[in-house]
Design a protein. Structure first.
Length: 148
């Protein structure tokens, strides 16, 4: 009986080990064009946000692991304070897990101080797609794997 218990424990440990974990989903992130109120340059905002593309994509792949059919456009909205730090952030369009993670990443961004000394509101669409799935109907163009 003890031998059988050890075997089950060992088998359970092997199944739960990284060697037996499902492969991570492959995904793609396409940034849209940010809408930026006066005080910051839209290209500068895009540059900063896109530097965090890997972390934003990680938000999607984590949510995708729980919800395999998840894809589409997340619209991120955030406010840049007078010191250049993000003072509030939100996302909508995917699911709660993805929104919470995307918002968390955005809260860590640092921008130049707004030129007019006032907080700046930004809206930034980001389209997420699992590579092995067809594009959602709201996707701006037809995605074909390998056509990058």
């Amino acid at each position: 009986m003890k031998r059988r218990m050890r075997t089950l424990v060992l088998l359970g440990a092997l199944i739960g080990s990284p060697a037996y974990a499902a492969p991570a989903a492959k995904a793609k992130l396409v940034f849209g064009t940010p809408t930026v109120k006066a005080g910051l340059d839209a290209k500068a905002v895009a540059t900063v946000v896109q530097r965090y593309g890997a972390k934003l994509l990680a938000c999607y792949t984590a949510a995708l692991a729980k919800t395999p059919e998840l894809q589409g456009t997340a619209t991120a909205t955030f406010s840049v304070g007078i010191d250049g730090n993000v003072i509030e952030a939100a996302a909508r369009g995917l699911n709660h897990d993805a929104h919470a993670c995307i918002s968390s990443v955005l809260m860590k961004l640092e921008f130049a101080k707004p030129s007019d000394g006032k907080p700046v509101d930004v809206t930034y669409p980001m389209t997420f797609q699992a590579i092995d799935r067809p594009a959602p109907s709201n996707y701006p163009f037809t995605f074909r794997p390998g056509s990058e």
